[in-house]
Design a protein. Sequence first.
Length: 67
Amino acid sequence: MPDQEKADIRLALARLRQEHEDYDAAINAMTITGCDALRIQRMKKKKLGIKDKMTSLEDQIVPDIIA
């Protein structure tokens, strides 16, 4: 994989990590304030989708080596 492509993936991964942290903070704040449970559940689902994207990008960077 070319270095530029790896750099692009790492940048996208960093953005997703930040977005994941933002969702985590928002969910915690919503839980503390007693927000609607359905809204919290939707936020958690979006957060999980971001985590899946992060895992996919990490798999592209790290080669799959069978020992």
